[in-house]
Design a protein around this ligand. Structure first.
Ligand code: GTP
Ligand code: SPV
Ligand code: MN
Length: 615
């Protein structure tokens, strides 16, 4: 076995395993705990080579070249898409697999009724034989990474071991990767130990196991997205939420956007929508032309994850985006719907599971109105519109995604790297609901807002394996990402109120209501600015609203609908709430209440009783 350190900017040097010296110093990496972790992993997985990543440009180019040589990445047209590559995942491995995802805590009660659970001992007994020798003939990448900007109070370090060069390269985009993370870690032992192997990529032997009590993740059998880039959902949400509860902060499946008004006033809003329900698009919103002309600017702090804490001196909620890049949904994304996303992926981007055009460009459903005459689909087969019409085959997978550095985003917020984070004035919850839920309403107060977040329902999407389009409860959009008992999570949310002097206002939105013919009623995307302006005004105690059983609602005259092709009747239809339909909605919420059985925080019970008595 040799240990490749060519990445130390000195091509071609390898260090043999016996050169691990007693102090653990190797390859410029001095942290003895990291060394012990790597040595244990080497013993278990038996790789041919160990490659320590330092995060340099030199290293990135070398990894990209290796990935191309191995056929893992296909270079795209360098004139149209400089620095971009196509990756095709195993067709059995295209989305998160919630049925293979486990929270491994000593008691089942710690994981709670919404998580798959295994005792840590059982999980390790089950996974150790799967990891045993799984990297024979392969290279083990050691990927130190940091979630959060350097020096932020919540920033965390992880070390991911992986045998996937695609994962190593992706971690270099999605996180602050390499020496910068080791510098933050110093001599400390407190880093998340992430062990990952694609192994034989067999769904029957796929496990994503979280050990919150040991600050560790073991993932095997998948090379895709949240299953494999362990800093994202595993560390930043599942383990993050567990730490957040212990340390009185929140790790949430939320975007953070900044909105600068023509007056210069800057407002930051966080929003939680379930997977593939509009976070990236809302975070990168481009206002309608008249708002842009008037001086409105929307900027992105984050598009998927927010870590938020209460500032002790001011008593306000502040947030950071722990990530460094975007892993964004492609279908439906185009120059009309999301120009900032298109710019973000215009160079130095990895496209996963999209179609390849004859000229080395890429395509996915919804990129252009007209499909290409011919392309190679995401599985590598010839695809034409005629084939699609007879077989229902998509050119790109519905969960195809781009991986791009956040610095590519022309609308990146100036505070995206600020360790002090940004002040959060409003929190928005939302779901994908073709019926029942109005375009927008505001909670009466924090407790009511937490109830609204807790009872969010949304139609399932292609972001997770399984049936698409069925309404399920997805509390705070965190159902698949909670690292502990939902009872304690809701209690934690309620109790955060006590730490805050001036707490954010809470809202619910639904961009996805449909008419009788199945068409979206609301134009969405950039036009969501009209709703956002009302939300911002409400956060600052300005705009008008009427009281309804659901919460505060704008009337047509309270929202700027100027220049929008939407009749007052249509707006009324968007905002209408049928008491009968809402009674069924409350029955739908029972799904969650029954799971929590006798364990419901009392605020949840009182809020539900209040809602029922108002209808
Ligand atoms: P994850 O990365 O899975 O957490 O998803 P996300 O919440 O960031 O979702 P994203 O913004 O990528 O949107 C998912 C899909 O919804 C894409 O196909 C978008 O085009 C579509 N979408 C986003 N916003 C809107 C909207 O306002 N209206 C409509 N009709 N579709 C939208
Ligand atoms: C999601 O499913 O919410 C994602 C994609 O953001 S993944 O990273 O695969 O979880
Ligand atoms: Mn997500």
């Amino acid at each position: 076995m040799s240990i490749a350190t060519a990445n130390r900017d000195v091509p071609g040097i390898s260090v043999r395993p016996e050169n691990f010296n007693s102090s653990g110093v190797h390859g410029g990496i001095a942290n003895v705990h990291v060394h012990q972790f790597v040595q244990q992993a080497v013993k278990l997985c038996v790789p041919d080579q160990v490659f320590w990543c330092n995060g340099s440009d030199y290293e990135r180019n070398r990894l990209l070249a290796d990935a191309v040589n191995e056929g893992v990445l296909i270079p795209l047209n360098p004139r149209k898409l400089p620095g971009c590559y196509l990756h095709r995942s195993n067709p059995n491995d295209v989305a998160r697999t919630e049925q293979c995802t486990f929270i491994c805590t000593t008691t089942e009660d710690d994981a709670g009724p919404t998580n798959n659970w295994m005792p840590p001992v059982t999980a390790k007994e089950l996974l150790t034989p799967l990891f045993s020798g799984c990297m024979r003939g392969r290279t083990m990448f050691v990927v130190p990474f940091m979630m959060g900007p350097a020096g932020s109070p919540l920033t965390k370090v992880g070390v991911q071991i992986t045998d996937s060069i695609y994962v190593a390269i992706s971690m270099g985009i999605m996180t602050r990767m390499g020496d910068v993370a080791l510098k933050q870690l110093g001599d400390s032992d407190s880093f998340t130990r992430c062990l990952h192997s694609v192994a034989d990529c067999d769904p029957a032997r796929r496990y994503i196991c979280h050990f919150p009590q040991d600050n560790a993740v073991w993932s095997i059998g998948s090379g895709y997205g949240g299953n494999a880039l362990l800093g994202k959902k595993c560390l930043a949400l599942r383990l993050g939420s567990y730490m957040g509860r212990q340390q009185q902060w929140l790790a949430e499946h939320m975007l953070i956007l900044g909105a600068k008004a023509p007056s210069g006033e800057k407002t930051y809003i966080a929003a939680a929508f379930p997977s593939a329900c509009g976070k990236t698009n809302f975070a990168m919103l481009i206002p309608p032309e008249k708002d842009r002309k008037a001086g409105w600017e929307i900027t992105t702090v984050g598009d998927d994850i927010a870590w938020m804490w209460v500032d002790k001196t001011t008593g306000t909620l502040r947030g950071i985006n722990p990530e460094n890049g975007y892993f964004g949904v492609l279908p439906g994304t185009n120059w009309q719907t999301n120009q900032n996303a298109m710019q973000s992926m215009s160079h130095d981007t990895i496209y996963t599971n999209v179609a390849l055009l004859p000229d080395g460009d890429v395509w996915w459903e919804g990129k252009t109105k007209e499909p290409p005459a011919e392309c190679i689909d995401w599985t590598g087969q010839v695809w034409t519109p005629a084939i699609a019409a007879t077989t229902d085959r998509k050119a790109a997978h519905p969960n195809s995604r781009f991986t791009a550095p956040m610095t590519n985003n022309p609308a990146l917020d100036p505070a995206a790297n600020d360790p002090a984070g940004v002040p959060i004035s409003g929190i928005v919850f939302g779901g994908r609901r073709s019926k029942t839920l109005p375009l927008v309403f505001q909670a009466f107060n924090w407790v009511h807002g937490v109830y609204i977040g807790a009872t969010v329902g949304s139609e399932t999407t292609a972001a997770a394996a399984g049936q698409v389009g069925v309404v399920r409860r997805d509390p705070m959009a965190m159902l698949p990402f909670l690292g502990y008992n939902i009872r304690d999570y809701l209690t934690h949310w309620f109790s955060m109120r006590k730490l805050m002097r001036d707490c954010p206002r809470i809202f619910h939105v639904n961009w996805f209501r449909k008419d009788a013919s199945g068409k979206f009623i609301w134009p969405g995307y950039g036009e969501n600015m009209r709703v956002l302006k009302w939300i911002i005004d409400r956060c600052h105690g300005r705009a008008y609203a009427v009281e309804t059983p659901l919460g505060w609602m704008p009337q047509p005259q309270d929202l700027d609908l100027d220049g929008l092709d939407l009749t007052p009747d249509t707006f009324a239809a968007l905002q209408s709430v049928s008491h009968e339909e809402f009674k069924s909605e409350i029955l739908g919420q029972e799904e969650l209440f029954l799971k929590l059985a006798g364990d419901l925080p009392k605020e949840m019970i009182f809020q539900r009783e209040l809602l029922i008595s108002l209808l």
